[in-house]
Design a protein around this ligand. Sequence first.
Ligand SMILES: NC(=O)c1ccc[n+]([C@@H]2O[C@H](COP(=O)([O-])OP(=O)(O)OC[C@H]3O[C@@H](n4cnc5c(N)ncnc54)[C@H](OP(=O)(O)O)[C@@H]3O)[C@@H](O)[C@H]2O)c1
Length: 312
Amino acid sequence: MKAIAYQKFGNTEVLQTVEETKPSIQSNQVLIKVKAVSINPMDWKIRKGEMKLMSGSKFPKHTGVDFSGIIEDPGTSHFKKGDAVFGVVKNNMKEGALAEYVAVSSSLVWKKPVQLSFSEASSIPIVGIAAVTALQKMGEINPQTKILVNGATGGFGMFLLQLLKQQAANVTAVTSTKGLEYAQKWGASRVIDYTKVNVLTQATIYDIIIDLSGKMGYANAKRIMKPKSLFLNPVPQPIDIPVSLIKNLFRGKKHVVVLSSPSSKIMDVLLSAIENGLQIEVNKVFPFEQTVEAYQYAEKGGFVGKLAIEIS
Ligand SMILES: NC(=O)c1ccc[n+]([C@@H]2O[C@H](COP(=O)([O-])OP(=O)(O)OC[C@H]3O[C@@H](n4cnc5c(N)ncnc54)[C@H](OP(=O)(O)O)[C@@H]3O)[C@@H](O)[C@H]2O)c1
């Protein structure tokens, strides 16, 4: 089968199409014929060697963690051959779904909602699960809670804004000009174009700030946080994890790291939100043969929603 692999850390030029043996399944796994894989920033952070501590430096490495496809071999699971599904690979630091077939644990695979295309379904797991986790970290929110979502119209923000909308939250979304309309459509009460206005110099202060751009940082965010408030950080440095825990004991403006992992409970929340109208915007779909171009486009940024690669 065809797969995408790389033999050293680097930019998109290290990505190669290789011929590999079709995987065989272990006891709790299913074999899936992959139809689509969505792109996440994590894919290129790993490929560039920015996450070596967790990914290790053993090659070849594969890429793409979110996928959708058709069950080829259900093993001992409750799935049937031919079921349309979506899911996520187990060890996203070491495995990759960008291949014609993938073998994964049946606990990380869910039936594809019929109304979604394969590209849309492949866009759900990583950012959807992270958005539900972030929402849970926010705790009790009501229409008076002032929430700022910085970097609001990428994949993560697309899910988070719509989940917050379903809770009637008071959200200010920071995005580039292209994203303003989407942020409003997805439920933001107020939008700020970061190419024109610096949110840090505005008078409004917030109860909760979540920085999805990775560019604001707690030290800056503090300037626009209420005395008792939360800064949620889904893009932490390893050192932030222990340091924020200790420092939070002595301060009102908390720095809380968001790390997510898949579970059926979280997926139930997402599937029900999708059932209730949550929309998935796939900005562009690339064919498998244009994987390098797809990652070049993704790494440049400046688009709304998700990108997907389809395998025919
Ligand atoms: N901790 C976890 O469990 C977890 C899970 C999933 C993702 N993540 C991380 O969360 C982050 C967001 O994920 P994503 O998939 O949504 O990424 P994404 O699609 O790249 O979205 C990032 C957004 O930030 C915006 N942005 C860029 N510069 C900005 C600035 N100066 N001010 C405000 N916004 C700015 C971008 O808008 P433009 O492109 O228009 O500039 C883009 O819409 C990534 O770093 C990802 O790795 C963490």
